[in-house]
Design a protein around this ligand. Structure first.
Ligand SMILES: [Zn+2]
Length: 186
């Protein structure tokens, strides 16, 4: 079974399986923010609000893209479905124009326990962490690259630029070969 077929099945499942109580996908000028099924309505709503605030701050030049927030207890299965080499907390699939995020990244309320895995991922917390993650993924998407350094650089520039334009560095010193972004060429 090829990757497109697997991904397509997942998307169909996600739409059909959405509970009636789950908030509808949020449409931000052509960018959809939705929760996978199994998401609890209140958590989904909070995630969508956080994602909207972060995307409004970054203002990416992007249309026809979906951001899917997946509950932490379903994240390992999501990684397995997409056959990620390493189950990182966010990844983008350029073929189906979607970015998947572990719901912990969109949870802006810090719990009583230290989240060691997130702390290893980045020292940032709350909204700055979400904006950083989205900026990085948008770097992959808008630069059309799997190279981590190019995506990181583009994301950082985008977040700091008042023009919100994306700049994609292309030099030999950047290494391609990402675990977190799947490049599927038709
Ligand atoms: Zn990356």
């Amino acid at each position: 079974m090829d990757l497109h077929r697997v991904a397509g099945l997942l998307v169909i499942t996600a739409f059909c399986g959405q509970s009636q109580d789950a908030p509808a996908p949020l449409n931000l000028n052509g960018i959809l923010v939705q929760c996978s099924n199994e998401s609890r309505p209140r958590e989904c709503h909070n995630s969508q609000v956080a994602m909207r605030l972060a995307l409004e701050a970054i203002r990416p030049a992007l249309r026809d893209w979906r951001f899917v927030v997946v509950p932490d207890n379903r994240w390992a299965q999501t990684c397995a479905t997409f056959r990620l080499e390493r189950c990182v907390l966010a990844f983008s699939h350029l073929g189906i124009r979607a970015t998947y995020l572990n719901s912990r990244l969109a949870n802006l309320v810090e719990g009583p326990h230290w989240d060691e895995e997130l702390a290893r991922f980045t020292p940032l917390t709350g909204m700055p962490r979400l904006e950083w993650v989205l900026g990085h993924e948008l770097g992959h998407i808008l630069c059309g690259t799997a190279a981590e350094d190019i995506a990181e650089d583009a994301g950082n520039r985008m977040r700091r630029s008042s023009s919100h334009e994306v700049t994609c560095l292309q030099t030999d010193r950047f290494q391609a070969g990402s675990h977190s972004t799947l490049l599927v060429r038709r």
